[in-house]
Unconditional design. Structure first.
Length: 562
């Protein structure tokens, strides 16, 4: 491989190229995505999905979807179904290669018997606490279990009886016999099987012993003919065990390759912690738009294209670190800017009356749907003498370079006329409740012959035609970029929930143009000058709900500097 080509590849691609050059796997690339069905997928999983499917596609290979379902206590078909939905939504297809580790329980049991027969595994009666104590520490070798010297015949008998359910849960485990003095703690006779009297979501009560993840994972890869087992960096220390287990029974040996885990700032990507947020009622569910789950991001209005673009931009490295969430948000903005129609929506309404425009007149104004996409065409909006504008688009005593509406000043209404503010109406408390304005004749957008110049343009909605909707303004879930990484003065972990953002959701009423009545769930829009929004699936025809996906530009930096 030339040096120029090598430097253009990431390190995983370099390994694959080397394998292809040496014909290690017969020029084949077969990857897999192996989630545990014990929760919903999050943004970190999205990168793993993208990586595995994209690598296989680049080299003309295949990718399996395999559920590593070896813990019946935490797994559920709900998670299996949600994971499949998420992967399809991201745009990837495992075709007919849907597998479960539970498909291989009988074969895994056979491998365990083989290990016992070769003197490489034994049944241990020690408690979990005793096993942990005997393992030693990273600086002190472990001690052999008193059951480590059992005969092959005795171990075979006990293991078969474990399968038959003759022993209580927790009374016995099967352990590999490797090296109790290994500097890698995972090689100090790891547990391979444990007793669990729990119904499995696929096999029911057929089994009462279940393989540990480390055993099931490598053997499942081998059974499926996987060539490159690409996973995140936390499994790097597991690779020697992965290799030992496969070599111990002499079967097809995939290459495990680890890359750095995706850790976006201001997010938590621990399924255990995400479950805690849901179960304790901090969020409404796994698909709460503030969640970093794929289902939450989908409901918030993120697109699969933007998530995949983010995964590609972050690249594959061997260095763990924090990825600035701004990169993800920018990927979302860039894609939504290309595909979303620009809609009129007033989030903080201030009423204006155009006194010189006929009260009974309704004029249709033509506006461009998306200036980034000529094929999106135009639409018509009703215009009347009573309009809503944003409260922030008027200032009674403006600074020098203020180009929106002010007393005696002019501004253009997007796609319509230039108007001038003539009078400010206030209530008894001195609050502004209405503006009296006049429109400039012959100033209609696209037909302006008035000679009047307006430096500012603002959006609007016709009062009699406006639709009142609920708008949910979502912000970052945490106030700290690394909420799970803090400790107190004594070195104890600080509860990540301490950093929950109390302003992560603001619910308001807004006035929007009537065409939004035709929106369908998850349809996406740019509300002019306000941000990107999508219609929430919980909406009804009588109660439309729009979720803010992302602001038009980063506003977080300004907020955190205040």
């Amino acid at each position: 491989m030339s040096e120029e080509k090598r430097t253009s590849l990431n390190f995983v691609e370099q390994i694959i190229e080397e394998h292809n050059a040496s014909d290690r796997f017969g020029q084949k690339v077969h990857t897999r995505f192996p989630p545990e069905p014990n929760g919903y997928l999050h943004i970190g999983h999205a990168k793993s999905i993208y990586t595995n499917f994209s690598l296989a596609k680049k080299y003309g290979g295949k990718t399996n979807l395999r559920f590593d379902d070896t813990n019946p206590v935490t797994e559920d078909t709900e998670y299996v179904e949600s994971i499949q939905e998420d992967i399809k939504w991201l745009g990837f297809d495992w075709e007919d290669r849907l597998f479960f580790a539970s498909d291989y329980f009988e074969q895994l049991y056979t491998y365990a018997l083989d290990l016992i027969k070769k003197g490489k595994a034994y049944v241990d009666d020690s408690t979990a606490e005793e096993i942990a104590a005997l393992k030693g520490t990273p600086t002190r070798p472990g001690e052999p279990s008193p059951y480590r010297s059992r005969t092959i015949e005795e171990n075979l008998d006990l293991f078969e009886r474990m399968r038959k359910g003759e022993f209580e849960e927790g009374s016995k485990v099967l352990r590999a016999k490797i090296d109790m003095s290994s500097p890698n703690m995972l090689l100090r006779d790891p547990v391979l099987y444990r007793i669990k009297f729990a119904a499995h979501h696929r096999t029911g009560d057929k089994w009462c012993i279940y393989p540990m993840y480390d055993m099931a994972h490598g053997y499942s890869d081998s059974i499926e003919g996987i060539t490159h087992s690409v996973c995140t960096l936390e499994f790097e220390n597991h690779r020697p065990l992965y290799d030992w287990l496969i070599d111990a029974v002499g079967i097809h040996h995939p290459q495990q390759i680890e890359f750095s885990r995706l850790n976006p700032s201001y997010m938590i990507t621990s399924k255990r912690k995400l479950r805690q947020l849901v179960e304790e009622g901090h969020l409404t569910g796994w698909n709460d738009p503030r969640m970093p789950t794929i289902s939450g991001l989908r409901r918030r209005g993120y697109t699969p294209e933007s998530i995949c673009n983010f995964a590609e931009k972050t690249g594959l490295t061997k260095r763990d670190g924090i990825t600035d969430v701004l990169l993800l948000e920018d990927c979302v903005r860039q894609h939504l800017n290309k595909i979303t129609p620009r809609m009129m929506a007033v989030l903080s309404p201030l009423k204006i009356t155009i006194t010189n425009y006929p009260e009974d007149k309704v004029e249709m104004m033509e506006v461009v749907n998306n200036p980034e996409d000529e094929s999106a065409g135009t639409r018509e909006l009703p215009f009347s003498n009573k309009l809503y504008i944003e409260t922030t688009d008027f200032m009674e005593d403006p600074p020098r370079k203020y180009f929106r509406l002010a007393p005696g000043k002019v501004v253009r209404l997007k796609g319509a006329y230039i108007i001038q503010c003539d009078e400010v109406i206030k209530d008894d408390a001195g609050e502004i409740i209405e503006l009296k304005c006049s429109y400039i004749e012959n100033s209609k957008s696209g037909e302006d012959t008035s000679g009047v110049k307006a430096k500012g343009t603002i959006h609007w909605v016709s009062v009699p035609h406006a639709e009142e909707v609920e708008v949910r303004l979502y912000d970052r879930l945490f106030t700290d970029p690394t909420p799970g990484n803090h400790k107190d003065e004594d070195g104890n972990p600080i509860d990540f929930k301490t950093f929950l953002n109390p302003e992560s959701l603001q619910v308001i009423k807004a006035q929007v143009e009537p065409s939004l009545q035709n929106a369908r769930p998850l349809d996406k829009f740019q509300f002019m000058r306000k941000g990107y929004f999508c219609l929430d699936p919980d909406s009804t025809s009588e109660h439309l709900i729009f979720n803010r996906t992302v602001t038009l530009r980063d506003s977080w930096a300004k907020k955190t500097k205040k």
